[in-house]
Design a protein. Structure first.
Length: 378
């Protein structure tokens, strides 16, 4: 049987995605793209290193599901789905099944091999990409990286990091600079960081779909592009709420809300370049910290005292519970070691900090931010 393989590489971490279904490996290639140097490789060359195998086969899923449910198991929530987990202490194999998603798993931590079984190609592809990212995250965290809750853009290898809670303006800041001033997009919501030997902090991409509200999409001038692409048969990330898709197709730019949470457009990483001509970056060195606050009718300006970082700006075990380490992939705190986070915070504290107000005019925001960063000889 013909197999296809995609190799992902980020700093010293690497993982190969292997499947008989090319749509699965293609999914990983487009999802990780240049952020993690995704590249097709010959399947026969795959022999060592972490490996995620994807199997789209109802019978294989059924066998895995039956084996888990017939064994002593526990129940947890993984990726928002009820998941039953069975551990074989003798072999070290961890098996699991998510009945609602028709997904089965077999993790062999000793060999670094993890297999995903499912009945639907898109579901298997999504789960496979998620787990490949978890494998890479485990390697990076054990190598001293930690995870910051920040967006990031890069110019000439120097990174501007933007912090804040949901709605503060992390995405607005990043995409404004990328869309209007040619900065390279490194991350929408979180990044890997690690102290380097230059008394500075290296920054590495965390690949994920980017969530952009309908209002911001329109302000960027991207709304019609997305609408035309959808009418042409292309799709956005499957985590997007169907109501957002319906609004895009209907040409409705009015933001959608549910229980105080905005429903947003979910953009694949590769679509930034193909649809909007926004280049992606693989990494850089931290050079400035931004703390925006977006206000309707606001005029871009520096305002307020610059704050420092605290534990809430890092991802950690308490904030990474969406993907508990049930497959023994990470084996450390999901946000990195306390020592690494402390040293990163110490080094970032020495960089320029800017607290600011931004408005809804993307061009005005971008011009202000670009000038602000240029003034510090960025």
């Amino acid at each position: 049987m013909t197999s296809y393989a995609t190799r992902l590489q980020a700093a010293e971490a690497a993982v190969t995605v292997l499947s008989a279904d090319k749509d699965v490996t293609d999914w990983s290639t487009r999802y990780f793209g240049p952020w993690w140097n995704a590249a097709d490789v010959k399947s026969e060359s795959v022999c060592l290193g972490p490996l995620v195998i994807a199997v789209v086969d109802e019978d294989a899923y059924g066998v895995t599901s039956l084996a888990v449910t017939r064994s002593p198991h526990t129940s947890t929530t993984y990726a928002k789905a009820q998941t039953l987990v069975a551990c074989d202490d003798a072999s070290g194999v961890i098996s699991a099944v998510s009945p609602g998603e028709l997904l089965g798993y077999r993790s062999e931590p000793a060999s670094g091999k993890l297999t995903v079984y499912g009945c639907d190609t898109e579901t298997v592809a999504t789960a496979t990409a998620r787990l490949a990212r978890e494998v890479v995250r485990g390697v990076l965290l054990r190598a001293g990286w930690s995870v910051l809750h920040a967006s990031a853009v890069v110019r000439d290898g120097r990174v501007a990091l933007t912090f804040g809670k949901k709605g503060a303006g992390k995405t607005t800041t990043a995409v404004a600079l990328a869309a209007r001033h040619g900065w390279r997009l490194l991350a929408n919501d979180r990044v890997f960081v690690r102290p380097n030997d230059r008394d500075a902090v290296d920054v590495l991409a965390w690949p994920s779909a980017a969530a952009i509200g309908l209002g911001l999409l329109d302000a960027l001038g991207w709304f019609e592009t997305v609408r035309e692409r959808l009418h042409g048969g292309e799709t956005l990330h499957p985590t997007q709420d169907p109501r957002v898709t319906q609004a895009l197709l209907a040409g409705s730019r009015t933001p959608l809300w549910e229980n105080g949470k905005e429903l947003k457009v979910q953009i694949f990483p590769d679509q930034f370049g193909r649809w909007f001509s926004v280049p992606l970056a693989t990494g850089g060195e931290a050079a400035a910290l931004l703390f925006p606050h977006v206000l309707a009718g606001g005029v871009p300006a520096e305002k307020g005292a610059a704050r420092g970082l605290d534990e809430s700006d890092f991802m950690n075990g308490a904030t990474e519970d969406r993907y508990p380490d049930i497959f023994d992939l990470t084996r450390v705190d999901g946000g990195g070691s306390e020592e690494s986070r402390r040293e990163v915070a110490h080094r970032l504290a020495a960089l320029p900090h800017h607290t600011m107000v931004l408005g809804h005019d993307v061009t005005a925001n971008a011009d202000f931010l670009a000038k602000l960063l240029d003034l510090q000889t960025f």
